[in-house]
Write a protein that binds this ligand. Structure first.
Ligand code: ADP
Length: 608
């Protein structure tokens, strides 16, 4: 996409988000610029009337001016609070765009360090890169203002062009020569070229230092995150990290201040030249206007209109060019943004609908499955073949890092296989609509997240919920007594972020809420992926067994690196370095020489 294309796309997107805001801003800028131009026009007409001693006209001109001034002033000020509110809303929506996209994109992108880095990059660029949507949003009122004032001053300058060419036969006739205007135009053109070149210089410094400034920004952000996280306080004190943090801060500030002064000096010479040239042009044109009035080529009142319009033109046109060129010539932020926004989304993956079956006959299988995480070479899963029977309980065990969670992520299609297939009812799972496929799984992850909503909403993951069902799920995980003792019951907020009377649940209680959430979803396939890793092995075994009783005849997968937790399962799959090295029941495997036997006996000593 070329720069102009990107710019067009971003303008279209901004317009789609903030139609109302941009219309209001345009009206406001139009009326505030009109106040300025109105004063030029009426001063001109009043001075003209004075010079012609038409006193009646003066009064009516003053009344007209005051009335128009009042209307425009009122419009400008009345719009201010609406514009302020709308601007904040639009800015909020713009900032949310990449985060909302993150929720819609396929999970393997959202989980990738590279994409997260890109998101961070976009977030930082949104604060300072000229072409980012947020910065464009803040600059649009300025652009409107410069644009309206440029056009307005060109219109007000028309008498100057119109009166040229007249001849009186005097020695000053040359002031009417079209060459003068050609020279004037040339001067303005030179001014613009210089202005453009000055902003290019500044931008090239910005681009050449962008990697370093990015790193300095990253450092500052990293520190802010650490300092914002009260949990870091423990380590900062115990390991006396304060000095180290101060040093990093000093280094990054030093870089930022050097960078800022470089930015100030970049293009400074040309910028000064622009200012001097603009002044010279200004004086020359004033002189020209003066001579033409003295020679009687122009009415005296026009001195005010023309000279004021000229100074408006010489201020606003270079500013307009500079603003637009800054956006157009520094498009990297937009390139990054749209690359991110164009990543494939879950809703567009797969076409086959999933048949709704009351008998839960959803049969899963994997064939020749191999997998390496994106941008890595190492195979995390190797040659896995399995047919899973509906209603059977599977344990996935193995040491940390053996590929258990990755296998489950692939089964749920959070990632796509590098080669091989996941099959659902004998059809390649990739063919099914992804969002419908996700509905087949109720899962509790090791790093499950509960939301700052109330308890009922957390369980239903919805604003509206079936209170009776949520309560019966909480009963199944033995949390009903605790909830019944809370004054707000299911309406109790988790944490205090949204409600001061919210309750901070303990780790174990949160786990139970996460399990109740999985039960509420009531999908055909249930998965526990070590949400209990922080508990002792006996407690974990009890929870897994209890959960298994609740899910009754559904297909279930229980993951743990502790063999004891899953010994009740129908079939145990032993993972080792990404392969299934053994399968069978606990009784079959425990006495067989192999990984299971070795791990069982190595772990058993801790359970005795
Ligand atoms: P387990 O669940 O058995 O502890 P995992 O499936 O979490 O193991 O991890 C298997 C391997 O894949 C490990 O070597 C781990 O470092 C690697 N891994 C896990 N997640 C990612 C990821 N998002 N990107 C790259 N490598 C990963």
């Amino acid at each position: 996409m070329n720069n102009l294309h990107l710019f067009k796309r971003s303008t279209k997107d901004l317009w789609a988000i903030g139609k109302k805001y941009y219309t209001l801003v345009f009206i406001q800028k139009f009326s505030s610029a009109s106040i300025t131009f109105l004063s030029f026009i009426y001063m001109t007409r009043i001075v003209q009337a004075l010079s012609e001693q038409q006193n009646n006209q003066i009064v009516s001109l003053i009344i007209q001016y005051l009335a128009l001034f009042g209307i425009l002033q009122l419009t400008t000020s009345c719009l201010e609070p609406y514009i302020d509110r709308e601007s904040k809303l639009v800015h909020r929506m713009i900032t949310d765009l990449p985060f909302k996209k993150m929720l819609r994109m396929q999970y393997h992108y959202a989980d990738s360090a590279k994409i997260n880095e890109k998101l961070n990059h976009i977030r930082i660029a949104s604060l300072n890169a000229q072409s980012s949507l947020s910065v464009q949003h803040f600059h649009i009122p300025l652009i409107f203002d410069y644009f309206i004032r440029t056009i307005g001053s060109l219109v007000l300058l028309t008498p100057l062009w119109r009166s040229s060419g007249a001849s009186t036969g005097s020695a000053w006739d040359w002031v009417n020569s079209p060459w003068i205007y050609a020279l004037f135009g040339l001067g303005i053109l030179l001014l613009l070229v210089l202005q453009l070149s000055a902003s290019r210089e500044a931008q090239s410094v910005m681009t050449s230092t962008s990697a370093e400034s990015q790193q300095a920004n990253n450092l500052v952000n990293y520190e802010i995150n650490i300092l914002n996280d009260t949990e870091s306080g423990k380590e900062i004190r115990l390991y006396q990290l304060e000095d180290q943090l101060k040093q990093t801060q000093t280094d990054s500030f030093k870089f930022i201040s050097t960078w800022l002064s470089e930015m100030i000096y970049a293009g400074a010479f040309k910028r000064t030249l622009v200012i001097i040239m603009a002044q010279v042009l200004n004086y020359l044109t004033y002189a020209l206007i003066g001579i033409r009035v003295l020679m009687g080529f122009l009415p005296v009142g026009y001195i005010i209109q023309l000279s004021s319009a000229l100074s408006q033109l010489l201020t606003n046109l270079p500013n307009l060019i500079q603003q637009v060129s800054m956006i157009l010539s520094q498009p990297q932020a937009l390139v990054d943004f749209y690359e991110f926004m164009d990543l494939p989304e879950e809703k567009s993956v797969g076409t086959l609908p999933i048949e709704k079956r009351l008998d839960n006959e959803y049969e899963l299988a994997v064939k020749d499955l191999n997998f390496a995480y994106p941008n890595t070479d190492e195979k995390v899963l190797k040659n896995i073949n399995m047919d899973f029977e509906v209603g059977k309980k599977y344990a996935i065990v193995g040491e940390n890092g053996s590929g258990k969670t990755t296998f489950i992520k692939l089964l749920m299609r959070l990632y796509e296989p590098s080669s091989g297939e996941i099959l659902l009812n004998k059809i390649d799972a990739q063919k099914y609509k992804l969002t419908e496929y996700f509905q087949l799984f109720s899962v509790v992850f090791q790093d499950f997240r509960l939301l700052g909503l109330n308890l009922g909403q957390n369980i239903a993951v919805n604003q509206n919920y079936d209170a009776e069902l949520a309560m019966s799920n909480l009963k199944e995980v033995d949390l009903d007594d605790f909830i019944n003792n809370l004054s707000k019951g299911l309406n109790t907020h988790l944490g205090k972020e949204f409600d001061n009377s919210g309750v901070q649940f303990s780790g174990g209680q949160s786990q139970k809420v996460a399990m109740a959430r999985a039960l509420y979803k009531d999908s055909p396939v249930m998965i526990l992926d070590e949400p209990t890793a922080a508990l002792d092995p006996v407690a974990e075994f009890e929870i897994y067994q209890k959960f298994d009783e609740i899910v009754e005849d559904k297909t279930a997968f229980y993951i743990s690196h502790r063999l004891s937790s899953c010994r009740f399962c129908d079939e145990i799959l032993v993972f080792d370095e990404g392969e299934i090295v053994q399968r069978g029941s606990h009784e079959e495997l425990v006495d067989q020489p192999g990984k299971y036997h070795d791990l069982w006996h190595a772990q058993a000593q801790y359970y005795q």
